[in-house]
Design a protein around this ligand. Structure first.
Ligand SMILES: [Zn+2]
Ligand SMILES: [Zn+2]
Length: 348
C-alpha cells in the first residue's frame, strides 16, 4: 500500500509499504479521509518524544473496516468508523475513571500507534478495547467524520468550564476548533457568543458560524470590547483557541467574577511565561483551567453531534488532497492558507 512515512524531521515521503497484518484481535481499516492537525505539522518539523521515526503519523481519521479478526466484536467488516487520537491504557487510575486523556503513558494513534496517512491502518487490540472507535451512519461523510477527533477535543475543553444556559462566552481564535466551539457553545446553552480573530481570512470563515459579535484583535482592543459587549462584567467563559500568550493574559484580565478561563491552545516551546497578577484571580474568584486531548466518550459524542449536524464542519474544510500529494497538503497547512486540509488516500 501507499503510505506517507515521516522518515526524518521535515521529510515526509510517499512509500510502498506492506499492508498491516491482522491477527484474531485486530482489524484493518481502509482510510477514506484523514485531516491534518496542527500537531501533525509540529511532529513533522520538530518531532515528539512519543513518535519514533520512521513513522506513519495522522490521527483525525475515518474509514471502512475491511477485515476483522475472529475475536473482534467492536467493529465488523463494512462498518464506517471514525477513529480518534488518544487511546487510554485502560489500566491506570485516570483511564479507569474515564480520564484517559490524562493517562501518563498517553498512547495515541499517529504517535506510538501507527497512524492514518496511509491507504490502510491497523486497529490493534488496545485501540479496539479501549480507544476512540465510533461507527457512524451513511448520512455522515467520511471527511466530516474525520473531524470528530478535533471536535472531541473541543468538547473536552467546554466540559471543563461549567457552561450552562444563559451564559456569555468569548472564543479567542477562529481556527477550526474555535469555529466548532461557536456551534458547541450554542447547544450547551450560551446566549452570547463573542468571537475574536486576528486574520481577515479566518474571520471570514468564522462569520458563517453566526456568533453574536466578532472582534478583530488586529484593529480592536479585545478586553475593552468584550467588557462593553457584556455590560461591563466580562464574559462568563473564555476559551483561548489560539497559541498566543497575550490571549491567555487578556482572558484572565477580562473574565467575569466567578468566570472560567480555559487555556485551550498550547504554546510553542519558545513562548515566554504568562504574566499573571494573582490578585486578579483572588478577587474575581475565577477559575483557570487547561485541556488536552479527549476521551473515547467525547469522541462518540462528537460523532453524534456531527451526524445530527449540530456542529457544522463543512465551512472549515477548505482543501482536499490525494495521498500522493501529501507534501503539498502539509505545505498548504503550514502556509495557513486553509483551515482543515483533508487527505483522501483512496483517491488516485
Ligand atoms: Zn488532532
Ligand atoms: Zn492510563
Amino acid at each position: 500500500m501507499q503510505a506517507a512515512v515521516l522518515e526524518s524531521l521535515g521529510n515526509l515521503k510517499l512509500r510502498d509499504v506492506p499492508i498491516p497484518e491482522i491477527d484474531d484481535d485486530s482489524a484493518l481499516l481502509r482510510v477514506e479521509a484523514v485531516s491534518i492537525c496542527g500537531s501533525d505539522v509540529r511532529i513533522m518539523r520538530h518531532g515528539n518524544p512519543r513518535v519514533v521515526l520512521p513513522a506513519i503519523i495522522g490521527h483525525e481519521t475515518a474509514g471502512t473496516v475491511v477485515k476483522a479478526g475472529k475475536n473482534v466484536s467492536r467493529v465488523k467488516v463494512g462498518d464506517r468508523v471514525a477513529i480518534g487520537a488518544d487511546v487510554p491504557c485502560g489500566q491506570c487510575d485516570w483511564c479507569r475513571n474515564g480520564m484517559g486523556n490524562n493517562c501518563a503513558i498517553n498512547y495515541a494513534i499517529g504517535y506510538q500507534i501507527p497512524g492514518s496517512f496511509a491507504e490502510y491502518m491497523k486497529l490493534p487490540r488496545l485501540v479496539l478495547d479501549e480507544g476512540p472507535v465510533t461507527p457512524f451512519s451513511e448520512g455522515l461523510s467520511f471527511e466530516r467524520a474525520a473531524l470528530a477527533e478535533p471536535l472531541a477535543c473541543a468538547i473536552n475543553g467546554l466540559e471543563l468550564v461549567n457552561l450552562s444556559l444563559g451564559k456569555s462566552i468569548a472564543i479567542i481564535g477562529l481556527g477550526p476548533i474555535g469555529c466548532m466551539m461557536i456551534d458547541l457553545a450554542r447547544i450547551m446553552g450560551a446566549t452570547q457568543v463573542i468571537a475574536v480573530q486576528r486574520s481577515a481570512k479566518r474571520m471570514e470563515i468564522g462569520r458563517s458560524y453566526g456568533a453574536d459579535a466578532y472582534i478583530s484583535s488586529d484593529t480592536e482592543d479585545v478586553v475593552s470590547r468584550c467588557r462593553e459587549l457584556t455590560g461591563g462584567k466580562g464574559p462568563d467563559v473564555i476559551m483561548t483557541t489560539c497559541g498566543s500568550v497575550e490571549a491567555h493574559e487578556q482572558a484572565i484580565e477580562m473574565v467575569a467574577q466567578r468566570g472560567y478561563v480555559n487555556l485551550f491552545g498550547g504554546l510553542g516551546k519558545d513562548a515566554r511565561a504568562m504574566s499573571l497578577f494573582s490578585n486578579t484571580v483572588h478577587y474575581k474568584e475565577c477559575f483557570v483551567t487547561g485541556s488536552h486531548g479527549s476521551t473515547p466518550r467525547q469522541h462518540a459524542l462528537a460523532v453524534k453531534l456531527l451526524e445530527k449536524d449540530l456542529v457544522r464542519v463543512a465551512p472549515i474544510i477548505t482543501h482536499h488532497f490525494p495521498l500522493s500529494e501529501i507534501v503539498a497538503a502539509f505545505d498548504t497547512m503550514e502556509s495557513r492558507k486553509g483551515m482543515k486540509i483533508v487527505v483522501e488516500p483512496q483517491r488516485g
